[in-house]
Design a protein around this ligand. Structure first.
Ligand SMILES: C[S@@+](CC[C@H](N)C(=O)[O-])C[C@H]1O[C@@H](n2cnc3c(N)ncnc32)[C@H](O)[C@@H]1O
Length: 217
């Protein structure tokens, strides 16, 4: 069992509050839509090719379902899950043919060796530092052999306390910044083998970023 983060309710409420603006941002600016970002789209296409034949894919922290739908369009058997019921309402409205459910990455009870691919696409940075390794271990166990986990997150040191986001909406969450090598170490400790790493600089559309891919041996 993974102990629930103390701030989980606050994080859920915060994403419920920003969900409408987040959807608006994706629609009007393309930020948050991998189709508008060549590097993100490229890594997502490689991921889709790698895991498509292996088994189902779970998009953990799917938000309004943009990536879930992208992968479904490519023929993958993909489900989106998110902490925020409001995000999932949007996902179901926008992509009625896709499967979505509400849940936290900390309480998914994923069956051993049952998933071809898992995604933590901009959705793991709110997990407390002592919780993330446990979540990654649960992901590692849930992957089939050769199954892949791909994560994208903000790079840096320290923790940023957010009090507003996405157009001045009041929120209460912590963004935990990670250095790529710290995350690689966590993935290895979870039993995964790193397969790829993409770093994007601070002047990109979302600030310093790392995308990491790792597979279950
Ligand atoms: C920045 S959004 C990214 C959403 C989506 N992956 C995308 O790329 O559009 C972060 C998402 O992570 C979700 N999230 C945060 N903590 C979570 C948790 N413990 N379990 C599941 N989802 C979580 C939020 O509700 C939110 O939808």
């Amino acid at each position: 069992m993974i102990s629930q983060p103390a701030d989980l309710d606050a994080v859920r409420d915060s994403y419920d509050r920003v969900a409408d603006n987040y959807v608006d941002m994706v629609r009007t600016t393309g930020i948050g839509d991998i189709r508008t970002h060549p590097w993100f789209r490229a890594v997502m296409d490689v991921f889709a090719d790698a895991v498509g034949g292996l088994g189902p894919v779970l998009d953990v922290g799917c938000g309004p379902g943009t990536v879930t739908a992208y992968l479904a369009e490519r023929g993958l058997d993909v489900t989106g899950v998110d902490l925020s019921p409001r995000m999932i309402e949007h996902a179901r409205r926008l992509y009625p043919d896709c499967e979505f459910r509400v849940g936290s990455s900390t309480e998914l009870e994923l069956a051993e060796a049952s998933w071809g691919g898992l995604l933590g696409w901009w959705s793991l940075f709110n997990l407390p530092r002592d919780v993330l390794p446990k979540v990654l271990s649960s992901f590692a166990r849930a992957l089939k052999p050769q199954g892949q986990l791909m994560i994208a997150t903000h790079v840096g040191d320290g923790d940023v306390e957010r009090t507003e986001a996405y157009g001045g909406v009041p929120v209460r969450w912590t963004t935990h910044l990670w250095r790529p090598e710290q995350l690689t170490e966590l993935l290895e400790q979870a039993g995964l083998k790193p397969t790829a790493e993409l770093r994007l600089p601070a002047d990109g559309p979302v600030g310093p970023t790392v995308v990491l891919v790792a597979r279950r041996p």
